[in-house]
Design a protein around this ligand. Structure first.
Ligand code: SF4
Length: 289
């Protein structure tokens, strides 16, 4: 079955068949996706919408965030064919919009920046006008790495704050820092004011309402355009537990607060993840049909 078919086609096919097709394709190209690595609850929807978020730089992270389902430890060698394989998979799937993200690679000299660029260029070399959203790590605060990424002009550049500032030391174990991540977002707009910038946080980790509003204000202060807010779900009993399930009204309230603050697009709801409706949101922002 070819993958370059309209989205309506995929709506009619059972999830199990789509999942099997996708597994076969991704295994052929040795590809990791966040969809499976982070055990995303929206897998079914993404299969139907024919979207996926590609995870590059391997599937093992050098950091040890307590909320994250990605495996941690010593990463494998970089895959020299990764950029080409992702481009070929995107071509096979007929994707108009691709989200590329990665594990954090503090072990690499450039923190994985050059691999992001290789993947982006490889997709663009197909000449299909696939829009590319890069969801980047903090590159350990390297301005040089960030500058190189912005210079490549991805169609949207995202970096997640993930949570309120107070919870960073406990959940990110002093390897990621709120202020550094905020500085990444600030620098993107400083380097390219026209770049659509996106960030996201999870809720239900023990944060208070005024802390969430502070994050929204901080993101607005660095000119972030798009914000996602979703319910945290604990990947397993070994991970940080959910402190609270927010009700829908609370998500609506945060959405309204964010819109009042002036964000151009706000996605807020229990199942929202950073790549949720990424293409639709981007197209709305840019005024595309
Ligand atoms: S740095 Fe990112 S990928 Fe790595 S453990 Fe933390 S949240 Fe997961």
């Amino acid at each position: 079955m070819p993958f370059d078919l309209p989205v309506q086609f995929f709506q009619q096919i059972p999830d199990s068949i789509l999942l099997e097709k996708r597994k076969t394709l991704f295994s052929k190209y040795n590809i990791n996706t966040v969809c499976s690595s982070a055990r995303c609850p929206n897998l079914s929807r993404c299969l139907k919408d024919n979207t996926a978020t590609f995870l590059i730089l391997g599937d093992i992270c050098t950091r040890k965030c307590l909320f994250c389902a990605v495996d941690k430890g010593a990463p494998d060698e970089l895959d020299d064919n990764e950029a080409l394989n992702i481009a070929l998979a995107i071509e096979s799937m007929g994707l108009a919009y691709a989200v590329i993200t990665s594990v954090t690679r503090d072990d690499l000299l450039d923190y994985g920046c050059s691999q992001f660029i290789k993947v982006l260029r490889s997709i663009r070399s197909l000449g299909k006008d696939t829009k590319i959203e890069l969801l980047i790590p903090d590159f350990s605060g390297s301005f040089d790495a960030l500058h190189k990424i912005v210079y490549e002009k991805p169609d949207c550049l995202a970096h997640n704050l993930e949570m309120v500032k107070r919870l960073y030391p406990e959940l990110r174990r002093d390897s990621s820092f709120y202020d550094r991540s905020l500085a990444v977002l600030r620098s993107i707009k400083a380097l390219d004011p026209a770049m659509p910038v996106k960030s996201g946080i999870m809720l239900g980790l023990g944060e208070k309402k005024d802390e969430v509003i502070k994050v929204l204000r901080d993101l607005k202060s660095v000119d972030c355009d798009i914000i996602t807010l979703g319910q945290y779900l604990s990947p397993s009993k070994r991970h940080f537990p959910v402190k609270r399930f927010l009700d829908r009204e609370e998500f609506i309230e945060y959405r309204n607060i964010a819109l009042d603050l002036g964000f151009k697009a706000v996605l807020s709801g229990p199942l929202v993840r950073s790549s949720y409706k990424a293409e639709e949101t981007y197209r709305r922002l840019k005024g595309f049909k």
